[in-house]
Design a protein around this ligand. Structure first.
Ligand SMILES: NC(=O)c1ccc[n+]([C@@H]2O[C@H](COP(=O)([O-])OP(=O)(O)OC[C@H]3O[C@@H](n4cnc5c(N)ncnc54)[C@H](O)[C@@H]3O)[C@@H](O)[C@H]2O)c1
Length: 391
């Protein structure tokens, strides 16, 4: 018997559509998991998107006002894929109504908002999840296992980065993402959240940081009504507006386990495209992985190898989840497959009534590191990471 879970999704843009495809895919890729999501209701302020959600994705109903999602009895999980500035009001209302909540990263528009949301969910006792999807790549899960089993030895160095191309086009529109008022911080919230979560997941807590930031593209064309997602562009001569949050953040970090590292993210860089990556070293070996080559892991385990040097491991059905999606070795997964794994694991936690990871606790840990980076921008010095957890 499959457990049915009613989904109410808010914001049917890129992520809303990706999450919806993931929910639909779960019973087909994981027939034995006993998880049957029902797309109960979608909310979006754009009527064309609501219509597409019903006609093409099979949502039973669509509404313009997100409050109508939270009121419904057939919604067990509220999935927030709306712009960052809306997350807090929606997440707190959903938790207060006793709904389990999945919220895309960054959970809060700034670190303090994340702390407030985490407190509201914790007090309400609801299950939470957040979209740190790169954790779910099968070869990342394998790297974590190598670390846990001690096969890389004592951890010494970590270099994490997320270099994305989405803001490199100077004609890319001034969408909500580039505005502090609507998105909060820039890459600090948008992609440093992913890079920090990965570092915390693999290497454990960060003790202190020193950080810098920069805006490389200072003006962008203004969006026209109905446009303004990640990849829409303007024309030469269009009126422009000022970018108000950062394109780049870099940091030196010290982990509590004594390891040293760097975290670096940029949305306006030429060359890399979606390089969410890590290179890590321990006293017995090393590993490096890059989302652009999601199905390859560079691994160095000198005491276990016939020759010295990095070896390439190809993803295959020997690794977690991979065989559910595609059998055999060397058959590739892509970005949206990570969303399927993420959605499945979250719904399994919801059904089991057990707190989920990554959830709002993990988002709070990331936000606490982000707050230390912001303090370091001001002080131009090392700053200790202090937990923002509220009681
Ligand atoms: N985990 C990841 O890899 C990843 C990738 C991209 C985006 N995200 C996150 O997902 C969230 C959404 O990003 P996106 O790229 O899908 O944005 P998007 O701009 O493509 O979509 C946002 C949608 O929300 C709708 N919306 C706006 N105001 C609304 C309101 N008041 N009520 C209901 N709907 C409303 C818009 O019409 C649009 O359809 C952001 O928090 C972002 O940080 C995560």
């Amino acid at each position: 018997m499959s457990a049915e879970v009613g989904i109410g999704l808010i914001g049917f843009g890129w992520m809303g559509q990706a999450h919806s495809r993931a929910y639909r895919a779960i019973p087909t890729y994981y027939p034995q998991a006993g998880v049957m999501p029902h797309l109960a209701v979608v909310a979006d302020t754009d009527p064309a998107r609501v219509e597409m959600a019903k006609a093409n994705f099979g949502y039973r109903e669509g509404v313009a006002d997100w409050r109508a999602v939270i009121e419904r009895d057939d919604v067990d999980v509220v999935d927030i894929t709306a712009p960052n500035g809306l997350h807090q009001e929606i997440a707190e209302a959903a938790a207060a109504a006793g709904k389990d909540v999945f919220c895309e990263k960054p959970v809060g528009i700034d670190p303090n908002a994340t702390a407030a949301i985490e407190l509201a969910a914790r007090k309400a006792g609801v299950i939470t999840g957040t979209g740190f999807n790169y954790r779910w790549a099968p070869l990342v899960q394998y790297t974590k296992q190598l670390i846990t089993d001690g096969r890389l030895g004592e951890l010494t160095h970590y270099r994490g980065r997320f270099f994305s191309m989405y803001g490199r086009d100077r004609m890319g529109l001034l969408s909500w993402r580039f505005l502090q008022e609507e998105a909060g911080y820039g890459v600090l919230s948008d992609i440093m959240s992913h890079a920090t979560d990965m570092a915390l997941h693999l290497f454990g807590p960060i003790k202190r940081v020193v950080s810098v930031k920069e805006i490389f593209v200072k003006e962008r064309p203004m969006p026209k009504p109905g446009s303004g997602t990640h990849y829409d562009r303007g024309e030469p001569g269009d009126p422009t507006g000022t970018v108000t949050n950062e394109d780049y953040v870099g940091a030196l970090v010290e982990f509590e386990n004594g390891a040293r590292g760097t975290l670096e993210v940029d949305r306006s860089i030429f060359g890399p495209q979606s390089q969410m990556a890590y290179e890590l070293n321990g006293s017995k070996g090393a590993a490096s992985w890059d989302h652009e080559k999601l199905n390859q892991l560079q691994l160095y385990l000198p005491s276990e190898q016939p020759v010295d040097g990095f070896m390439e491991v190809l993803a295959g059905d020997a690794f977690p989840h991979q065989g559910n999606i595609v059998p055999g070795g060397g058959n590739s997964l892509g970005y949206e497959d990570l969303k399927i794994i993420e959605a499945l694991e979250f719904l399994k936690s919801v059904i089991a009534r057990k707190q989920h990871a990554p959830g709002f606790t993990d988002a709070l840990a990331v936000a606490s590191v982000a707050a230390a980076m912001v303090r370091s921008w001001e002080s131009e010095r090392w700053e200790d990471v202090v937990s923002l957890r509220l009681d």
